[in-house]
Design a binder for this molecule. Sequence first.
Ligand SMILES: *Cc1c(COP(=O)(O)O)cnc(C)c1O
Length: 434
Amino acid sequence: MRLYSTNNENLIVDLSEAVLKALPPDNGLYMPVKLTPNEELIQNLKHLSFEEISYAVAKSIIGDAIQEKDLKTIVRETVNFPAPVVPIHDDIYSLELYHGPTLAFKDFGARFMSRVMKYYKKSEKDLYILVATSGDTGGAVANGFLNVNGIHVVILFPKGKVSPLQQKQLTTLGSNITAIEVDGNFDDCQAIVKKAFLDDDLNAKYFLSSANSINISRLIPQSFYYFNAVAQLQTDEEVVFVVPSGNFGNLTAGIIAQLMGLKVRHFVAATNVNDVVPEYIRTGEYKPKTSKASLSNAMDVGNPSNFPRLKKLLGSTWNNVKKKLKAYSFDDEQTQQAMLKVYEDHQYILDPHGAVGYLAAVQYKKEEKFNGPIIFLETAHPSKFKETVEETLGIDIDVPERLSKLEQLQEKYYTLTTEYTDFKNWFTAFVDNK
Ligand SMILES: *Cc1c(COP(=O)(O)O)cnc(C)c1O
């Protein structure tokens, strides 16, 4: 498998370098040089299990870059929990991606990435993984890497902007996982991580990598469940996928699935008030903004990091992009109304992110007068946003034990300002004191 940088198509690397370095030196993003349709997979789709589908997709993308036997193990351990498609009403379906260890779709990416990194890590030097989180990334990554020898994870989260349980998923693990509270927003956390990767000084001394969705190994497994969702519907019709989006990694993985032959009529990006991409589709102008806090906090992103990838895959120009991608945004009030309505009318509990997706599904259906299957991605378990869900629906909801047991655990984290030098000093002292 070969990959290029979105800033320079002549900068070509292999998968091991793209995974371990995460970012090209020219500050672009790595992308597969070639994505080809897998006709055999498309034809047999209806008869294959999630694991079989996932292996076929991984093999198509990765080729011989990982030995067959190892790739099989990596895939099996990645998709060891289900991703069921659940009908809600009128050919609108919820693709529940939250049955993994941290109850968010990011478990797929994190589990795959941690295993691929371990496969490629040959150097004696310890590897430091820096990751910025707006909510779920941190927990999934921490869980994916917990106790992996020779790899340390440093997670930066914005102060007061992740839910209490999300925070506990980052701060209670200990071992090779270290959490840092940044007195700022998610974009500040992301900016620190980006600066660290471009800091020659730091990179000369330490072996750094990233686990954000800028790492291609997180995107690859996210294309598996799009195929598996269509397989579950047992349909030959073109489907529509609605993707609640923040950094647009999940949506990019969907486009990758489409380029590999999956029949999709449209992808629909669903955002909260952080609507940079819907505004781009509407006006042709891409204007990053400071992110605003919302109930669907994992999507509070003002400058989506995967946008350059998405644009490239969709044909680069505004005209090409808007033909293939629809995009809608909704505020918190609409989100809560949707949660309540779907619960009252269909007894289905949405989390705030899934609710934004549901709203976009309904709007697409109406605007496009489309009567085929629409699948929205339900990206987190409702209990991860217990306070919001209970207040909105006026009921008590159950919290799965793997989440509720965190409540008793002691938190440990460092606190830093948004200044890059503050982080750099902390990091240097932290590593050198080990
Ligand atoms: C991360 C996340 C999203 C956004 O996914 P992107 O790939 O960043 O667009 C949506 N919902 C939940 C629950 C998430 O954790």
